[in-house]
Design a protein around this ligand. Sequence first.
Ligand SMILES: NC(=O)c1ccc[n+]([C@@H]2O[C@H](COP(=O)([O-])OP(=O)(O)OC[C@H]3O[C@@H](n4cnc5c(N)ncnc54)[C@H](O)[C@@H]3O)[C@@H](O)[C@H]2O)c1
Ligand SMILES: N[C@@H](CCO)C(=O)O
Length: 430
Amino acid sequence: MSSEPLRVALAGLGTVGAGVVKLLDANRDLIARRAGRTIEVAAVSARDRARDRGVDLARFAWTDDVADLAGRDDVDVVVELIGGSDGPALTLARRAIAAGKGFVTANKAMIAHHGAELAEAAEAAGVALKFEAAVAGGVPVIKGLREGAAANAIAQVDGILNGTCNYILSEMEAKGSDFADVLAEAQRLGFAEADPSFDIDGVDAAHKLAILATVAFGTRPDFDGVEVRGIRDVVAGDIAEAAALGYRVRLIGVAAADAHGLYQRVTPCLVREGHPLARVTGATNAVVAEGDFVGRLLFEGRGAGEGPTASAVVADLIDIARGIGGTAFGMPVASLSAAARADPGARRERAYLRFIVQDRAGVLAELTAGMRDGGVSIESMIQRGAGDSEGVLVAMTTHEGPARAVAAALERLEGSASLIGRPMVMPIVD
Ligand SMILES: NC(=O)c1ccc[n+]([C@@H]2O[C@H](COP(=O)([O-])OP(=O)(O)OC[C@H]3O[C@@H](n4cnc5c(N)ncnc54)[C@H](O)[C@@H]3O)[C@@H](O)[C@H]2O)c1
Ligand SMILES: N[C@@H](CCO)C(=O)O
């Protein structure tokens, strides 16, 4: 055991930051034995010094300006738990790495947008950059793919990457609760982001997917290449229709890399009951990856909240304390390929389509004509509802075909007086 502790600065003392302090306190001896040295918090910074976080902060040096943590001589590693893709988090990352400090973050937004730049800077400075907590919270999926599956070519990763959305969808499914009530509960439980639109509009999952794709395929991070749709438009009727068909509604991130290029999408999907992602409920995250030699891998666990996220942050610190640096994405940035984006319209899949329509003669004919004109083959169709002023629900499933055909069909129906609101499209995952 080394007598030299690993000295850490913590930037941000919210849900995750306070969790890191609690975990380092609770498992101090175990962590020291595993890391070969103790891990000591030397300095901290947050917005509000006086706030009670349930941990004793008086023992740590305090800095009001978070950027000052990067320049401290008594710190080996800076841990950034502030959030935000740019602003103080990015300034701190750049300064800490330039100052020769290791850098650990849970900030998926920053890594999705600036990961390549920061990884290149870390390589040049010879310091570790680690972000296990940024994807799937406590689930060691970055380490699993970057190290455990490093020998494999990976063709596709699919994941439930946002605990808030999965919690909302599975609570709506189990209790028939309203979207807004379930969202408020997710915020109270501490796994929804401060701005929940990042969660429910799919942006948070897209950040994580872009990072996962980089680690899985060795392609440069391409957040702007992720097609993103969130769960705002999922209604109770969709969840009921999905159940009647033998499916569950889940927000799924999929990334695939092949000869057509890199394909990345986050969207609510119908997932067949029996698929490993269908039975994932609550704030749990799960990632399925297919390796050419290892076969299917499933990573699953708590994707958010104080304890799980702190667990992943401290695992990164333990690696650094052990002297395990390595490259941030599993290979040097210069070796990451700049994959072309695959045409999303060419992707072949089955889809669920839901319309709220006026209940009058000719409406179904209009819908099916739209499908015919777009080149979509309907597999099943059902109409439900009382035919009042709120309209009736029509749900269809399609045979497998290119995604562009469904888009073309919906374009033909756009502006139709028969439609109430916008149609909902969800790919089907069997
Ligand atoms: N909460 C989770 O379950 C979870 C899971 C995985 C990843 N993350 C990520 O971890 C990071 C932190 O999340 P959180 O939930 O703990 O957030 P939080 O809002 O609970 O805490 C943020 C902390 O940062 C501090 N802060 C903000 N701006 C600052 C500034 N300019 N200077 C100094 N301090 C500042 C705040 O005072 C607060 O202490 C984010 O990047 C988030 O995306 C969170
Ligand atoms: N808001 C995120 C936290 C974990 O990144 C979620 O709900 O999954």
